[in-house]
Ligand binder design. Sequence first.
Ligand code: AMP
Length: 422
Amino acid sequence: MSFKNFKFDPKITAGITACGYTIPTPIQKQAIPPILEGRDILGLAQTGTGKTAAFVLPLLQRLLNGPRKKVRALIVAPTRELAEQIHADISKMAKETGLRSLSIYGGVGKHPQVRAIRNGVEIIVACPGRLLDLLNDKTFTLSAVEALVLDEADHMFDKGFLPDIRRIIKQLPLKRQSMVFSATMPKEIRHLAENLLKNPVAVQINHTQPILAISHVLFQVAKEQKTSLLKSIIKEEEMKSTLVFTRTKHKAKSLALHLQKAGFSAASIQGNLSQPKRQQALNGFKDGTFKILVATDIAARGIDVKGISHVINYDVPDTAETYTHRTGRTGRAERTGQAFIFAGQEDSKIISLIERNLGKKMQRKTAPGFAFEPKEIVVEEKRKRFQRQIVRKKKPSTTGRGRNQYSGVFSLAAGRNRTAHP
Ligand code: AMP
């Protein structure tokens, strides 16, 4: 199947060519025909599947005819980065159409956004808070909106945006086309979709399954060794562009600084940064100024940076789904990528959930110099060695392998041994 089958206007075909797309992805094959027919859509698809083009291309086809300089399509996204990304994709695809899109979100001044709306746009890509803000200010109305897209709906729910979404929906005309895209379907999103969508067509692409083109490798490592391991892997592997995930904002910042000081080309992106600073980090990563971007999970969704070769889970994610979102930053649109996860004994529960989701065990690897032995084995080994030493009445060895890596484990073992063998 090719894009020709959809019979897009030549101006849109020019946009598809400009993006370098030749064959529609599975979600595009499924979703474009019903969207072109004006049907409502419930799309279960994660980022990386080509879902943005799946809704943008038919939207552009619809908007080609009809009035200009009126807000006729509204796309709502949970993060500023995703809104900016969708807006950038639209600008490329719509290049020849004369249709204009605008992204609106908080953290930056309102006035340029107000001015741009007043100059006239047909598509708005918005985060819920700033959108409501501008609607309350009566900057514009949603009365001419013909099509609504809620993207990453599950993430909007996670961020507590559903009440805002309901307020926005109330301001939309009843006669419209609506689409909801979500990587997962918690019951709150199902309810929202049931209320919002009329007789929707459901399209689904392996929604819980991580992207197949990615290989998943688990490095068993103690907490205090993670930074050294990271540096060693970055040096060893051929890493073109690496996204590193940490659990906290503070860690993202301090790890990026540490890497910079160690001579690596790194930046961080996390919630404490101002919007211009976030964008600066992201742009630097996109254009190759920084080879490593250390991020919290705000960067896990929606961000589309071409050619990310590695995603490193420096800290394990909270859920298996977050792992899917994080690792979906590589292997995008059927390219291959590598996902690494650093895990210790304490992470065994989340690892088994991730592996259940993957449907297979991750490959276990040990980087040279970072030998990891499960705690029980280390303790047992230490106990046996201690017994042998007593029998031989020799001074205890001070060259314990892994002493530095597992000092915590060893002192625990030594403590136990002292009690057991006073
Ligand atoms: P998305 O899931 O919309 O974030 O898209 C993921 C990536 O796939 C983006 O880099 C898109 O530019 C790219 N993409 C979308 N559709 C296609 C296609 N038909 N062929 C190749 N790449 C595509």
